[in-house]
Design a protein around this ligand. Structure first.
Ligand code: ZN
Length: 429
């Protein structure tokens, strides 16, 4: 619990500090990363033994990388993990051999369309070894014998994730989740890790939190699945969730809705960003992307949306060595933190009501509510506002969301809420 992380410069400095750590699904890289993050926010490391079954998966073995070099026939080192982590196929098995250029070919990865960048490739679930390198370098490799020196192993140990749980006045929880498994890539996803750590630190320091918050820093896919499988008893308390990643590039904010599409978070995030002066792109749920896939799988169907700047795969630097410390800018990190903070503030101040007469519509006249309506156009709008508030006050929709769905001015909806409260037909949730 040390330095404040709120400035863009501090956020960027933390990205830089984490940049070179060789992370993977599990192993010392993730542990070291979580330890550093824990220096800024109350994040605890949790572990699950390798091989433990979780849903249709199992906790992976740990990847321990000591060195990885590919040496050309003339003695030149053409790929070296000490120069860039991405040079080695992530989760590569150890391999020491002399191979021909032809044999090497099947173990090389490059991007013809981006010939100067090193691609990011993994082989988590299939034993393989390999090197990633710029396509231009690969094309120029001569025939001859190559020395492969990969000093790495996959060992039984544990998969680690980081978790920060901040209790609030209500047991209702908000989940923020981001992935921790990527190696030397700045936007995907060191940006998500540092911005979320900063948010956790800020919330931990607040004297009062209405809601409870949980921050999850887990390896992609299997990490989220493991967390879900081991926390099922807690899930009914999870009222709102957001997967956040890719928060350091200069692109517009993109909010991806929950699978249901009408959860409170689906209204809260676009509203919070609009109040901040941002114009986010809002997209419907699709079952690919980050770990919103797991939270929105049909067995869980949790109200978890996703916030990024430019979404994954839609920028040319994505999953390449060009996603570097220059690609991620301090001002974008700082603005992304402001965006998440705005989402929290919106969640903390939601006004939600329950209809106390929910079986059929109440007889408005009997409750004196026709007096509040009148016969003119404004009267028609007042009646609609009453009906919308009654219909959507199920303990979930908040006042601005009702106004948005009803396409009525917020003031008109507030007036209806007041009248219904007075008539005893509505109560705060
Ligand atoms: Zn990625």
């Amino acid at each position: 619990m040390t330095e404040p992380l709120s400035s863009g410069a501090a956020l960027h400095a933390l990205v830089a500090r984490l940049y070179r750590i060789p992370r993977s699904l599990a192993g010392p890289g993730v542990r070291e990363t979580l330890t550093i993050l824990a220096g800024h926010a109350p994040i605890e490391t949790r572990e699950l033994a390798s091989g433990t079954p979780v849903a249709d998966w199992e906790a992976p073995r740990e990847w321990v990388l000591r060195s990885a070099r590919l040496i050309a026939p003339d003695g030149r080192v053409v790929a070296d993990a000490a120069v860039h982590n991405l040079h080695v196929l992530n989760f590569s098995v150890g391999h020491r051999a002399v191979v021909s250029r032809a044999e090497l070919e099947g173990h090389l990865f490059s991007l013809p369309g981006r010939p100067d960048a090193i691609p990011y490739r993994t082989s988590y679930w299939r034993e393989n070894w390999g090197f990633c390198l710029p396509h231009r370098v690969r094309e120029a490799l001569p025939a001859g014998d190559y020395r492969v020196e990969i000093d790495a192993e996959q060992v039984a140990g544990a998969m680690s994730w980081g978790e920060a749980a901040l209790a609030g006045e209500s047991a209702d929880e908000v989940l923020f989740s981001t992935h921790v498994c990527h190696p030397q890539l700045a936007n995907d996803n060191l940006s998500g890790l540092v911005v979320m750590t900063a948010l956790a630190a800020e919330l931990a320091a607040r004297p009062r939190r209405r809601l409870s918050y949980r921050f999850l820093f887990a390896p992609g896919t299997v990490g989220a699945i493991a967390w879900l499988a081991t926390h099922e008893a807690l899930l009914p308390r999870l009222r709102h969730g957001l997967v956040a990643a890719g928060l350091g590039d200069g692109g517009r904010f993109h909010y991806k809705r929950t699978r249901r599409g009408t959860a409170p978070i689906d209204f809260v995030v676009p509203r919070a960003l609009a109040r901040l002066g941002e114009a986010p792109v809002v997209e419907d749920f699709v079952p690919f992307g980050y770990d919103e896939r797991q939270f929105n799988s049909p067995g869980y169907a949790l109200p978890v949306g996703s916030l990024t700047r430019t979404p994954w795969g839609r920028y040319p630097e994505y999953h390449t060595s060009d996603d570097d410390l220059d690609f991620v800018r301090p001002e974008h990190l700082e603005r992304s933190l402001a965006a998440l903070r705005a989402v929290v503030d919106e969640l903390e101040h939601r006004e939600v009501f329950v209809n106390l007469c929910p079986r059929g519509e109440p007889r408005l006249g009997r409750h004196g509510l026709y007096r509040a309506i009148g016969g003119d156009d404004a009267g028609r709008e007042r009646e609609l506002a009453l009906l919308w508030v009654l219909n959507l006050s199920d303990g979930e929709n908040d006042l601005p969301t009702i106004a948005e769905r009803a396409r009525l001015p917020e003031a008109r909806v507030r007036e209806a809420v007041e009248a219904l409260l007075e008539a005893g037909l509505l109560a705060p949730a």
